[in-house]
Design a protein around this ligand. Structure first.
Ligand code: ZN
Length: 452
């Protein structure tokens, strides 16, 4: 900049205007570059990968073509027919070091088109606000493409990774991930990748600090069943199925309120409590006009979506369910439609350390700050992501989606991401990937350990 300074006299007015045009040219090129980056993002968003019929092949083709333009090695794994997983590789200078895996899913949840201001696959960019409206703009096509854009910048700067960097674009996260990340971590390909750290999705933050996640709650989908003697609708007697079920519902509701109170009082974060929500109620004897009204049914059921944090005592919750929520003494039984353990396959809580024992956490914080951004205290993700498949294998996985100053609109109508937030996120990933891919354990640490 200094060459544009100095006195403005006759002699250097030519110089001055030359500087001005160079400056304008630089600004114009930057704006052009930004708009190309945004249009690539829009292209990815415009591919309809909504469940239950995601157009996976179109997404695969798009990602593969991006990989080609970046000279990344790419392969399409079809671990389940019709569900391609795209794996990209940026080879590091030292392949013996554990690799860095940047994961994202290609599918999105369905949307109620008529409730959106702009069609969910138009990727409409509002010129006034800069918001890009699309299903997947937050969850999580943004992240998948930001990884690639960050690599584009790093390559342009001449950076070469020491560790190998992998990018996986997996299918089916929105329907549980069994055929996506689930099959991936079980594959030989995955074992050969020698992954040392995984980055996966997080949540937007309404404040200026990003959010990061070191664990997540496990879904337990519980069905509680009650039976009792059937009888006339006019008769008062004990142990009817609906009375038995209602007693359980009352007990469960009290537990729910106590957990929710902890959140409301600010004593615990949403991801740190056990949430329980009733999702269905089933009872009654059907009739052509609805239900038989003068008959007390002999069976009644209720379903609950329970989310258990990895820090919770799994055994005591199991005991509570058996003894209080569905006690045999009240003719109650229960079954789990899904029950994901809060522990990894080694029996330890499936959480990623965020203290000095995990260098990847410190490096993440450091590289976010280096990119002139901030990150809040690490949290437990309130719902499920593919990160659990990696944590189950004992691998460190951090959930992180760089979206600050953004309302949480995952799975909601009018999901959007502001273009400036998207661009800022690319710079943040550039810093993270550079730091992660360059990291080698400092030989001095070894030496000082020996000295001790
Ligand atoms: Zn997601």
């Amino acid at each position: 900049m200094s060459f544009c300074g100095g006195r403005r006299d006759k002699h250097n007015s030519y110089h001055y205007s030359l500087c001005l045009s160079v400056l304008l040219l630089v600004t114009a090129t930057a704006a052009e570059e930004a708009s190309t980056i945004i249009s690539r993002f829009q292209q990815y968003l415009q591919i309809n990968t909504a469940q239950p019929q995601p157009n996976y092949y179109e997404a695969a083709e798009f990602i593969t073509s991006q990989a080609k333009s970046l000279n990344l090695e790419s392969q399409t794994l079809e671990l389940v027919k019709g569900k391609p997983l795209i794996l990209l590789k940026w080879a590091g200078k030292d392949p013996s070091l554990p690799s860095v895996l940047l994961n994202s899913h290609t599918d999105v949840v369905p949307s109620e088109h008529h409730k959106w201001a702009h069609p969910p696959f138009s990727a409409h960019l509002d010129p006034a606000s800069g918001n890009i409206y699309a299903r997947g703009s937050q969850d999580m096509k943004c992240v998948g493409l930001q990884y690639l854009e960050a690599i584009r910048k790093l390559k342009a700067s001449g950076f070469q990774p020491t560790r190998t960097v992998y990018l996986s674009f997996v299918p089916d996260e929105e329907i549980g991930g069994d055929d996506g990340a689930g099959k991936f971590v079980d594959s030989d390909v995955f074992v050969k990748m020698n992954v040392g750290i995984v980055l996966d999705e997080g949540l937007p933050s309404p404040t200026e600090n990003y959010r990061a996640f070191y664990g997540e709650r496990s879904p337990w989908w519980l069905v509680v069943k009650a039976v009792g003697a059937p009888g006339h609708g006019a008769k008062l007697y004990d142990n009817t199925a609906t009375e038995n079920l209602l007693k359980s519902i009352e007990t469960i509701r009290r537990f729910r309120a106590a957990q929710f109170d902890l959140v409301k009082a600010g004593l615990k974060a949403e991801g740190e409590v056990i949430s329980v929500n009733m999702v269905f109620l089933k009872a009654g004897t059907p009739s052509p006009s609805g239900f038989v009204m003068n008959l007390q049914p002999s069976e009644a059921q209720a379903g609950f979506d329970i989310r258990v944090p990895p820090t919770a005592d799994q055994a005591s919750l199991e005991k509570r369910i058996a003894e209080e929520w569905a006690p045999a003494s009240r003719n109650m039984t229960f079954e789990f439609k899904q029950k994901v353990s809060v522990n990894d396959k080694f029996g330890r809580p499936a959480i990623t350390a965020v203290d000095s024992s995990n260098v990847w956490w410190a490096l993440l914080e450091e590289s976010i700050v280096k990119a002139n951004a901030g990150v809040g205290k690490p949290e437990i993700f309130p719902a499920s992501t593919d990160a659990r498949y990696f944590r189950e294998r004992g691998l460190p996985a951090i959930g992180f989606s760089p979206m600050a100053n953004t309302p949480i609109l995952l799975h909601d109508h009018n999901e959007f991401l502001n273009k400036d937030e998207y661009l800022k996120g690319i710079d943040v990933y550039e810093s993270i990937i550079k730091t992660y891919a360059s990291y080698i354990e400092h030989p001095r640490d070894e030496a000082s350990r020996e000295e001790l």
